[in-house]
Write a protein that binds this ligand. Sequence first.
Ligand code: PEP
Length: 252
Amino acid sequence: MGRTVVAANWKMHKTAGEARTYVEKLLELVPSRLEFELIVFPSATALYVVAQVLRGSPIAWGAQNAHWETQGAYTGEISVNQVADLGAAYVLCGHSERRHLFGEDDATVAAKVRSVLAGGLVPVLCVGETLEQRRGGDAWDVVTAQLSAALKDIGPDAADRLVVAYEPVWAIGTGVAAQPEDAQSMAHDIRSWLTELFGSEGAEIPVQYGGSVKPNNADAFLQLPDVDGALVGGASLDPKEFWTIACSAVPR
Ligand code: PEP
């Protein structure tokens, strides 16, 4: 069985103090051994305190964003080295809010994926179509264009250090999740595409679903044959709710 990855994207929520309280509560809920990878993505300002609490625990942490250069005159940015120094093991790349609200194009996302891998961390590459693109029958073309741009320069040796999140833009933060059969079909096609690119290693890359995953629909997504976990935004802000979702990832 491949890897399963359940991740909490807190977006721009929680002070460092609130982050501490959250991870302390989450730790009380989580057993000492987990059957899947569990990750929290706090704001950069809370990474230090999250690292203090979670170090040595089964819960990993990551950064929501990182610049593609290792250092330099990039006011307001943070580097992969800087988040790695705080023990972060993952970085979100190409989240639709970065693409659509901050103008990150495919070339930027590709540069970030390369720099995350070069820094020894795991990029969680987010891909997904808008509602207009889905209605126009272009969902698959959009997703493959995003995958191709981000991964074309990545060698197969990096395949075991990648996670892909299929996140239809229209499902993010809207309360309207994809139909599980659509998520399954897209995850299946993404896996085939990754296998074509990377060979058998590509088939093992976890493909998450993200977009309005909640405790009441988590089972429907996390038990799908080609969906290897979830990227959870709004419903991850409460540790109990997030853990309830994560429990749906336990193989049945
Ligand atoms: C996300 O931010 O990646 C996300 C999927 O958000 P939400 O769960 O709120 O739709």
